[in-house]
Design a protein around this ligand. Structure first.
Ligand code: FRU
Length: 471
């Protein structure tokens, strides 16, 4: 630890200590949330010597965001998380304006963290190729807790000449002895793309491919990920600048996936992308492979730049945003599916079956499961805390996630998706987090909500259906 690092450490610990008990009313039980301050992207997800590690973009001093650090949590089941500290701080000339997003690789008992060292310089850094350094940096840990030896690997001059200075968010992995890395980028013609690099040692990198859509799709692709699931190669990106199109792309920024061929080209004929989540709060997802071979995804359950539309009420309590529940990925019928990690089944301690309908309360953390809606005639309607409605009916064939009040502002009223047949549904609620998994995880909707009181009122109306409630 250098002197600057020690100073940050002291200031952050002090801030966390001072505000230790603040904001319990909307604090989730099993979702990762910051102790105080602002959280955004999940970073450095991995399993190291059996333990799960999750880092996140963290601004400890301001719940509305600011200078970015990496906070660090560990877990044995991805549901009970322990905050280990804030190991990556902006303490170098090449990362002094933010330790931006990145990833982890386990190699020879070491945990390597790759991230973007952000440096803002004079100039219009958001538009042209000046005014921002996008440095690729690596730090190493020998025990998964202490990080040291930051190395500057790439600087602006190492990226293709026709890009703006928006190049960031290295996602690194190893396959058959070779290292690979993707980074998100914005061209000078304002088109988003992904750079694919390869390396023999994880230090010297060569850009081998530039992944683009046949037609421009937004001006910047943030937080890319590239991985294999059930024999498919998946590209996941978080594009900015995509226009809303009916029910699609209704949030400020989007997160989408598409499949690639063996030469990393987008295989779908029109380059079409599929939104990972149809709700209000989902961005910048990252995946990792568990030691037992599962591909797990965690997203930021939040959204940047929403201030003109709505406010997340936890700012009243000095903190903002959470990460999603970890999701297991699979491909079914050619569709990438996301389902809650299987560990969640063992988390619940109470279970109660129901038929047709239910009205009551299950506390603050619970699950509503409707596993077989196939034979169901007309509709499903779930109301949470009286103001959040989840509905589907066979006439309209649209699933809706809808706020019945306008308390949260005009940007947060309704999200929907055409779903011709609803076969099953799981709704997971954790204090202020709602995640809905439909049709075996083919469609997912996530949102934050801010129920008042000690319990969350629930009504379920699903004529003809049998289900179970767990808490
Ligand atoms: C995505 C993002 C990343 C960047 C990070 C900074 O939300 O903008 O591109 O690395 O957040 O916090």
């Amino acid at each position: 630890m250098n002197a600057l690092n020690r100073t940050w450490d002291k200031l952050i610990s002090q801030k966390i200590k001072e505000t230790k008990d603040s904001g319990s009313r909307w604090r989730p039980a099993f979702h990762i949330a910051p102790p105080v301050g602002w959280l955004n992207d999940p970073n450095g997800l991995c399993q190291y010597k059996g333990i799960y590690h999750a880092f996140y973009q963290y601004s400890p001093f301001d719940e509305k965001g600011g200078l970015k650090f990496w906070a660090h949590c560990t877990s044995r089941d991805m549901l009970h998380w322990k905050l280990e500290g804030v190991p990556l701080v902006p303490d170098q000339p090449y990362d002094c304006h933010g330790v931006y997003s990145g990833s982890a690789v386990i190699e020879d008992e070491h945990m390597y963290l790759y991230y973007t060292g952000n440096v803002k310089e004079a100039g219009a850094y958001d538009y042209i190729n000046q005014g921002r350094q996008a440095n690729t940096v690596r730090a190493v840990s020998y025990d998964g807790i202490h990080f040291e030896r930051k190395e500057l690997l790439l600087t602006n001059g190492d990226y293709p000449m026709d890009l703006t200075c928006h190049v960031r968010d290295p996602k690194v992995w190893k396959k058959n002895g070779r290292w690979y890395m993707v980074q998100g980028a914005r061209t000078k013609e304002d088109q988003g793309e992904v750079l694919l690099f390869t390396s023999g040692d994880g230090v010297k990198w060569f850009c081998t491919h530039r992944l683009k859509s046949p037609k421009a799709f937004g001006y910047m692709w943030e937080c890319p990920d590239l991985y294999e699931v059930d024999g498919y190669t998946v590209l996941s990106i978080s594009p900015q600048g995509v226009e809303a199109d009916g029910f699609r792309y209704n949030n400020v920024y989007q997160s989408v996936t598409t499949f690639l061929d063996s030469d990393f080209r987008i295989t779908s004929v029109n380059g079409s992308f599929r939104e990972l989540d149809g709700g209000f709060d989902f961005y910048a997802p990252q995946t990792f492979e568990t030691e037992d071979g599962r591909r797990i995804e965690i997203g930021w359950m939040g959204m940047a730049d929403v201030d003109e539309f709505y406010t997340n009420r936890t700012v009243e309590d000095g903190w903002q945003h959470v990460l999603t529940l970890p999701r297991e990925l699979s491909v079914k019928d050619g569709v990438l599916c996301q389902n809650p990690i299987r560990e969640l089944d063992a988390y619940w301690t109470k279970e109660q079956p129901f038929k047709n309908d239910f009205a009551g309360s299950l506390g603050k953390a619970f699950e509503i499961e409707l596993p077989d809606l196939n034979k169901l005639g007309e509709n499903v309607k779930i109301t949470l805390a009286e103001h959040l409605w989840l509905t589907w009916n066979s006439r309209e064939q649209i699933f809706r996630m809808e706020f019945q009040d306008n308390l949260l502002g005009s940007g947060r009223t309704m999200r929907g998706r055409e779903i011709t047949r609803l076969t099953d549904m799981r709704v997971i609620v954790d204090a202020s987090c709602v995640e809905v998994f439909l049709n075996g995880g083919k469609d997912v909707f996530s949102t934050r909500f801010y129920p008042e009181g000690e319990e969350i009122g629930v009504t379920v109306n699903a004529p003809g259906a049998a289900g179970r409630l767990r808490a």
